[in-house]
Each structure stands twice: as structure tokens, then as C-alpha cells.
Ligand binder design. Sequence first.
Ligand code: ADP
Ligand code: ADP
Ligand code: MG
Length: 670
Amino acid sequence: MFNKILIANRGEIACRVAATARRLGVKTVAVYSDADARARHVAACDEAVHIGGSAPKESYLQWERIIAAAQATGAQAIHPGYGFLSENEDFADACAKAGLVFIGPPSSAIEAMGLKAESKRLMEKAGVPLVPGYHGTDQDPALLQREADRIGYPALIKASAGGGGKGMRVVEKSEDFAAALASCQREARNSFGSDAVLIEKYVQRPRHIEIQVFGDAHGNCVYLFERDCSVQRRHQKVLEEAPAPGMTPELRQRMGEAAVAAAKAVNYVGAGTVEFIVEQPEGYDHPEAMRFYFMEMNTRLQVEHPVTEAITGLDLVEWQLRVAGGEPLPLQQHELRMTGHAIEARICAENPDNQFLPATGTLRVYRKPAHAAFARGAVRFDDGVREGDAISPFYDSMIAKLIVHGDTREQALARLDAALAETRIVGLATNVQFLRHVVGSESFAKARLDTALIPRESAVLFQQDRVGTPTAVAAAVAQTLLGERALEGADPFSRRDGFRSHGLTTRRFDFDVAGATLQAMLTYGRDGALTLALGDVQGPLLIEPLDDGRFDLQFAGRRDTVQTWVTGETVHVFTARGATSLVEIDLLAHAGEGEGEGGRLTAPMPGKVVSFAVKAGDAVKKGQALAVMEAMKMEHTIAAPADGTVAELLYAPGDQVAEGAELLTLAAAN
Ligand code: ADP
Ligand code: ADP
Ligand code: MG
């Protein structure tokens, strides 16, 4: 085993690797960028080396500096985590040249699996089933069109060098192919530096089922069962679980053996994942008809590896370190067992109600589920942030991973819902409530899984407020009253018999709830009794403070245990049912404020201007694309809010812009 390793990553995975290293008595070295100077992964390691600016290109992708840091600190090996340099064969080679062990597969295996088209050609030879498609080197658009027509529609165009759900286009009909190809190639060139594509049949009711494999340097290779990652948005995973619902022992063995064959074909060593797309031609209730096809191999530890750890009881990072140190695999195939059911939810800084647009901001409140409230080992929370940390535009939007384990899928689901209810984040948009709605949706609860689950269930997933306006307003009123009473309580001359009237008998509160202005009238009765009126809803308001800042609230026929936080004028309300927020309007402060912003077009988040689709003087129609921005590894199109004429472009392509920066001005059509 190594004495000291360097972790060439950040965030939750760097913390995760450091935890296992510490348990094994291995010292750790962190590397960090400017933005991460005070990050948790830096504190989680024994030593830390600053490697450059905040943008990944200036730090986490600077492999010379990372290798120099390893040499300067006497680390013997480098763990790349996932993303960044983890699938870069040149980095793996450079480590070897510098006398450092790369904790991952041989560079030849990374290279062989690096391009989707080439890896498919290899897999074809190894007898692994492939999705019908075209993965040749000839990239003549006319040939690609003919191939797509031959394969049939819907077809999928994929960037061969793609990853992270980027560089993919579903094409519904032949006439759409040429435009989709051009746009896919453009994105592929910008993101991956190569516009080579392959074409696949878009399979029916697709399920993403992947197999965790592990090889060692002694020629052994095993599979650690499957993970179902069918619940996706933008071709990216949202929930992952194991075992895959409906999986039979026979199919598991066939898929496992195909995955091992894939790994062996490239002399694989270490942790890897073979991703399959699974077709359900007979529908959800006929798992026996499922057909699987190789999609790609990820030659690294995967984000969702804790799901496999939960069902096998193994520590995959420990296996990685042992295998990289030359030890044989700790267990052979017949010794591997799985128990119970595990699910992981990716908690991300994003706005599900606005096309999952990534969000940035500060984690003003960051409360994790209380593990103690669950059975031992039932809830795991992997993260790399602390309350007060910023989610910056430089890196991935994933904040944390919540992993639950149960005896059955139903129990795991119930635990996931309860743990999500206890996950309370204020300061930026997150998908926590959205995840609860997915978990509670009929399709997910009944395991009717495919990659279209989110669009299919959209009616119960988006724009949901399970708290309800009456409770939210009552909670906001209650938190104001409790705050006032706390102030009075500090005054030795004040009375302490419940809520006081300040000489008023009624009091008016104004709120902005999802864009609508609401008025609530609070009436003080004798002995502190309160009545609240909100439109037609009127009744007693009961507030019972609990010792930890929470309070029990009863209004309009509902009782909730409520926790609130206030940021500026916004009151964030959390209950076991869900979370919501509303804005308390200070009538005096807003008197006389004007409406409307004119024709200004601003950046929705900090990022880089990629291109302008218009120039000054152009007439534009409402909804027309004006500019493209890139932020958090995604492209965002800025569209015209109304018909008009472009007055001025205020930035040039390549410029870095702040959130809210005006990108161009429009003169309204008259
Ligand atoms: P997984 O199945 O492990 O989530 P992904 O392909 O989604 O696999 O990527 C894993 C991690 O690597 C994610 O954090 C993702 O954002 C990051 N990642 C993937 N591709 C890239 C890329 N081209 N550049 C930077 N990060 C990437
Ligand atoms: P990435 O490198 O971005 O992870 P993948 O090839 O693994 O790219 O595909 C990502 C996702 O796209 C899959 O998990 C699946 O949801 C969808 N997908 C990929 N290939 C197909 C296909 N042939 N038919 C239907 N869906 C597909
Ligand atoms: Mg993939």
C-alpha cells in the first residue's frame, strides 16, 4: 500500500477519496485553485498545494503542475477522481514517466475506450452486443444521412469524443437530419475539439443499465453487478439505483459477462463502468424481453459508485488503491454478494422549473439529513462543501450525493424521501424538492423506468408547491411574530404571555407568492389568541415554538412542523411536505417604484459569451436567438423578449461576463 497519494480533483470526490485513504493510513495531498483556497477538500487532506487560477484549464487540468506537486510532496501515486484528468491517457502516461502510479487503468485502455466510435469497433470484435448504427471513420454528411435513413428514425447523433450528456441530438425524421448534424458537430468541436460523430438507432423505452467492473494487474476481472441510471435530464443521471428493477439473475449474468469481456478486450485494470442501453420492446411489465447493447465504457470511478458500495458492503476506493499498488482483487466473482436496495440522488445547484438551468450562489443554509434518525448505514451523504461555501460558475453544479439503503426498494424509497425532506438548502436554487417529486411519482414508485420518465411525469414534477400558500403565508407571519417575541423576551420589563398586540388589534402583511401579491390580516384576540385571514381562508393561527428554532404551526386545517430562514425579504419555509419561499413586501420601501426594464438583455449567470447571432441594426422577432453564452459546461441561448431592433452589442465573443451583465440592447418595435 502507498504511504502518500495526491488527489487531483476537488469537491465531494476528493473528500471521498481522502476519507478512505485516511482509514487505510495513507497520507493525502490536495491540490486547489484560487476559488478553492478555503474548500473542504483542502482541509480534508494532510497537505495541500495551490496549482493556479479558478478556471479548470488554469488548475485542475494543469497536469505538469499536478505532477510537480506530487513530486514536491513525495506522493507515490495520483488519484484523478472523475471528470478533469481522469480519462486523459496523456496524463496517465506522464504520471508513469514521472515515476508516479496513476490510480486508474493503463493509458492504452483509456485511449481504446476514449472515443465512442473506436470503442464500438473494438467491442464488435470482442462479441459485445452493439446498438444498430454507424460508427465508421467516413464523416461525409451525405453518407451520414444515408446511414441514418438506413438505421431508421428516431436516430441519435453522438459526438464520438462526447461525455457528460453533451454532443447528442435525437433526430425524429430524415428532413431534420442535416440541421441536427451541423449543430451536433458545432457543439462537439467547441466542447471536445473533434467533430467526429456516430449514429445510433434511438432504442425504444430506453433504460440505462451499467455494470461496475474491476480488474487487477494479475489478469483477474470481476463485475460488481449493475446500476440502473435511467432517470435522466439532458442525458445526465439524476437518480441511480441497484439492483435494477426487473433484472433477472440470468440477464445480470449475461450483462456482467459482456462487461467483463469488454474490459478484458482492453486489458483493463482498476475500476470501470460498462454502460449499456437496454431496450424494453414489450413495455415495462416484460423485463424478460429486455435487450441490452453496449454504449460506452467509462474508464474511471463513477459518480454513482456509492450505490454499488451500499449493496456490496465494499469500499471501491480501497479496491482502487490496492489494485494500483499491485495487489490482486480482494474478492473473486463467486465471493461477491449483494444485499438490499440502494438509491442515489444527485443534489445539484440548478432550477428544475427553468430547464434545469445551473445556479450559482452561496450556501447560506446547508442542513443535511440527521443520519442518526435512520437505521445504521441506511443514509449516506457525500459532499465537498460546508455552510457558507459558494457554488461558483467554474465547476460542476453537483452539491452533494444522497445515498440510501434499505432491505427492499420500497424501504429505500421511503428513506430517500425522508432524507430529502431533511435536506435544507437556502441561498441558491436546488433540485431537492424536484427529486422528492420524482421519487414520489407513479412511474418511479412502480419502477416503470426509462429515460423519458421525467418528461412523462412532468405534470407532477414541475412548478409544484406542496406546502401550499395558506401554510406558507401563516409560516411567514409566525416567523415574524416569533422574531418580535424573541426581541421582547430579551427585555426584562416586557410581558412574556404569548404574542402581544403592540396596541393594534389587526395587522396587515403583504407577500409576493410566485408573482402574485397577497394580503394577510392578523387579528390579536384575548390571551394571545390569533386569527389569520387570507382571502377566503380564515381561521385560528396556532404557533408552538420548539426548542431548536422550529415551530409547530396550525392553520387552515393543517398542522406542520416548520423551519424558516430569511434572506433579505425572502422567507424560506420548510416543512415535511416540502419547501417554498415567499417575499414579504415592505409597503413603505417599495412605494413609487416603476415597472418594466425596457429592452435590456442580461446574462442569466456568470459565464462566457460564445457568439452573437445578430448585429446592430438587425430587426428581430420575439423568441429569436440573439446570443449564446457558456456557463457551467452548458450553452445558454439568450432570446429576444419581444420584437425589436438590435441597438448595440455590448460584448464580444470570448468575453467573460458577470451575472446580470447587459449583453446587448434592443429598441422596441413601434
Ligand atoms: P457519470 O456517469 O459518472 O456521471 P458523466 O459522464 O456524467 O459520468 O461525468 C462524470 C463527471 O465528469 C461529472 O462530474 C461530469 O460533469 C464530469 N465530466 C464529464 N465529461 C466532462 C468533460 N468533458 N469535461 C469536464 N467534466 C466532465
Ligand atoms: P455520455 O458520454 O454523455 O455519457 P452516452 O453514450 O453514455 O454518453 O449516452 C448518454 C445517455 O444518452 C444515455 O444514458 C441514454 O440515456 C441516452 N442514450 C445514449 N444512446 C442511446 C440510444 N442509442 N438510444 C436511446 N438513448 C440513448
Ligand atoms: Mg455515458
